[in-house]
Write a protein that binds this ligand. Structure first.
Ligand code: FMN
Length: 201
């Protein structure tokens, strides 16, 4: 493990539980690991628009100045994903889904002909597989229940672009009293210790 991409999406900054779990994960890694940080809460990433998709579809040599700038957003995010050998992603639950900031990033890294393609046998992911670790922080309890909309969505999305080595660290029941939060964070820290040891091996 040499290069890690950290994608934060909590709106709570350093108080965000997902941010804190990711920090714990990074601290458990050897100091030689290089960390690239993308804090989506600090970014000006907009909703995906048709002009941006139009820029992707226009051959590079034919792009206007505006299209070059639009395409550069997705280009640089996909380059970060490709350069990483492990990706850490903070996934708070906001209103039963992922933060819209994170969805906006997903919309930049799913790109036809670049990270996936369709064939007569269905879609094929084009990214080289690598471990992706999700830090799922939730006020209530959802894991393994039908109303956990996040986990199957993350599996579908990342498999679609070729990433299948997925790991999920849950901290649930964070808003269900101090005992519940403490137990959730203890379990998450234990899972982090196990996974950092496994990935470093
Ligand atoms: C806008 C907002 C919406 C939320 N919606 C949910 C929800 O649908 N289900 C839930 O269990 N917790 C919900 N919560 C609680 C968060 O999941 C919880 O605070 C968690 O710690 C968020 O992760 P973070 O601390 O990394 O931002 C919500 C919190 C906020 C701020």
């Amino acid at each position: 493990m040499h290069n890690i991409l950290v994608v934060n999406s909590s709106i709570s900054g350093e108080n965000g539980q997902s941010n804190q779990l990711i920090n714990n994960f990074v601290k458990a890694l050897p100091a030689t690991v290089a960390v690239t940080s993308l804090d989506l809460n600090q970014s000006t990433l907009t909703h995906l628009s048709m002009p941006e998709i139009g820029a992707w579809m226009t051959p590079e040599a034919d792009r206007s100045n505006e299209q070059q700038q639009l395409a550069a957003v997705s280009d640089s995010m996909i380059a970060q994903v490709k350069a990483a050998d492990v990706i850490l992603i903070g996934v708070p639950m906001y209103n039963f889904g992922v933060p819209s900031q994170l969805k906006a990033w997903f919309d930049r890294i799913a790109r036809a002909g670049v990270t996936f393609k369709y064939t007569d046998k269905g879609p094929v992911g084009l990214l080289e597989d690598k471990p992706v670790v999700f830090f799922l922080t939730r006020g209530g309890m959802y894991k393994d229940l039908p109303h956990d909309t996040q986990t199957p969505y993350l599996v579908n999305f990342f498999n679609f672009i070729g990433l299948k080595n997925l790991h999920f660290i849950f901290a649930e029941g964070l808003n269900m009293g101090a005992d519940s939060a403490q137990a959730a964070l203890k379990a998450a820290h234990a899972a982090i210790a196990d996974l950092t040891a496994e990935l470093a091996a």
